[in-house]
Design a protein around this ligand. Structure first.
Ligand SMILES: C[S@@+](CC[C@H](N)C(=O)[O-])C[C@H]1O[C@@H](n2cnc3c(N)ncnc32)[C@H](O)[C@@H]1O
Length: 448
């Protein structure tokens, strides 16, 4: 098909193009202008090529179009960038897990900091950014596997970036060694316990004493899919602390072998831990978690009453509770039950308040917040815009914002800066090596 004969933009699907990559987008995808297309498309559309680097000339095949983005599969690097290195994983680009395995760690660190600077450029906070701390590679302790099983085939791995297929990862450079070991055993054995065609997810958090495994079965009855008793016996042999099944949003714990403990580190001579629920939120690496806690504790220093909004099972609240009264809020009831139990076991439940509330639709009112000395917010990637409207009305002087999303962080930081707060410092923490993600702990104070 010649370029001029494209009738609709969808005609480019599966076509090959030679492209000049002029920059990288937020997700680390190479971006090229689309002069290769007829003028009526070229002004509007851009090509996005995961795995291509700035300045490269590449051959790319169109995979799908979302809004004005033409996503392509990298077929060949014709003129490589001087930064390009040999990829260290043969599933890179097939598997959606990593954004960069074709450049070294220094390059990735610089790129992440540059993204942070660019996103927050209008806020003029560059001189408040502290040096980046990075987790080591192969330390990820939480993962979600996809499974497809029928009479003929069995797949267990990660979702593909480009197809409906599940990518068999064999050895993954992101997971920690215990998860890799568990993955290989599941891959080798799980199929013999499956008796009915099924598609499901396996969510694993690797805790202190072993794997916490949640089968997310969606609508099927888990007892009908598996040869159940044998499956449980097999899972027990894999050093699991807990096995649970989720069907229609209901979680049932079927096996509990040990404590679902996640040690958070030592504070004032005491070893602290949380008790995450099945499939509950866990910071991706232990090192990342320690660094986040360290900077949050530094930020709330001297506060006697602290609100931990979006507290989950208490990664931050439990350390904070060692020096302050805490007011914790989250929408996940099972995470809050874990937090309550952990505080009780560590004898710091007294005086503290734990509230189950959806903070995005019903934020905690400024009237309740006004007696608090410091507010910690660690929202999901959507950010905390609604809750921040109440925060600024409360006149609490110390705000600690922990974020895993640069876009919503920049939006919410702008809101705080426009409403009487200034940024004291911002600590970037990389607990997602080889991806585009970055974690931030930041401290804002109200200008007097
Ligand atoms: C990034 S996690 C942080 C959890 C905790 N700070 C930690 O480090 O373990 C975000 C938390 O926000 C909670 N969350 C998500 N949407 C929420 C909402 N609309 N209202 C309240 N909490 C919400 C989740 O349950 C989760 O615990």
């Amino acid at each position: 098909m010649t370029i001029m004969s494209y009738q609709s933009i969808n005609d480019v699907i599966n076509q090959l193009f030679e492209l000049e990559i002029h920059s990288l987008g937020m997700n680390g995808d190479g971006i090229a202008l689309s002069h290769v297309l007829p003028e009526r498309f070229s002004n509007e559309y851009r090509f996005y090529v995961p795995g291509a680097l700035e300045g490269e000339r590449v051959l790319a095949k169109v995979h799908k179009i979302i809004q004005k983005k033409i996503f392509c599969r990298l077929m060949k690097v014709i003129a490589p960038s001087k930064d390009r290195e040999q990829e260290d994983c043969n599933k890179f680009l097939d598997c959606g897990g990593c954004n960069f395995r074709n450049v070294n760690s220094n390059w990735i660190n610089k790129w992440k900091i540059q993204q942070l600077i660019t996103k927050t450029e209008p806020l003029k906070i560059k001189d408040k950014i502290l040096p980046l701390s990075s987790s080591e590679k192969s330390k990820r302790r939480r993962v979600v596997f996809s499974v497809q099983a029928n009479n003929r085939n069995f797949y267990l791995g990660f979702n593909s970036r480009f197809t409906q297929k599940i990518i068999d990862i064999r050895s993954c450079k992101t997971m920690n060694s215990k998860l890799t070991e568990l993955y290989l055993k599941l891959k080798l054995n799980l199929n013999q316990f499956i008796i009915k065609k099924s598609n499901f997810k396996i969510k694993v958090n690797y805790l202190d004493n072993g794997a916490d495994i949640l089968f997310d079965i969606k609508k099927q009855n888990y007892k009908e899919i598996f040869n159940f008793d044998q499956l449980i016996q097999f899972l027990i042999s894999l050093n699991t602390v807990r096995v649970s099944f989720k069907t229609n949003d209901r979680i049932q714990i079927v096996q509990f072998n040990g404590k679902n403990q996640n040690t958070l580190g030592k504070l004032s001579g005491k070893i602290l831990y949380s008790l995450p629920p099945p499939g509950g939120f866990l910071q991706p690496t232990k090192e990342g978690e320690r660094e986040i806690i360290k900077f949050v504790i530094k930020a709330i220093h001297g506060s006697k009453k602290v609100a931990d909004l979006f507290c989950g099972s208490g990664t931050l609240s439990i350390p904070i509770s060692q020096s302050a009264e805490i007011f914790c809020v989250d929408s996940n009831q099972s995470a809050l039950s874990g937090l309550k139990e952990a505080l009780k076991q560590q004898k710091s439940l007294n005086k503290n308040k734990i509230i189950n509330q959806d903070l995005l639709s019903l934020p905690i009112s400024h009237k309740i917040l006004k007696d608090i000395d410091a507010i910690v917010l660690n929202p999901p990637s959507k950010g905390a815009k609604t809750q921040l409207k109440e925060v600024i009305l409360s006149n609490v002087t110390n705000i600690v914002y922990v974020s895993c999303n640069l876009n919503t962080f920049a939006r919410d930081a702008k809101f705080l800066l426009e409403n009487g707060y200034s940024l004291e410092w911002l600590k970037p923490i990389d607990q997602f090596p080889n991806t585009m993600h970055l974690e931030i702990v930041s401290k804002f104070i109200e200008k007097k």
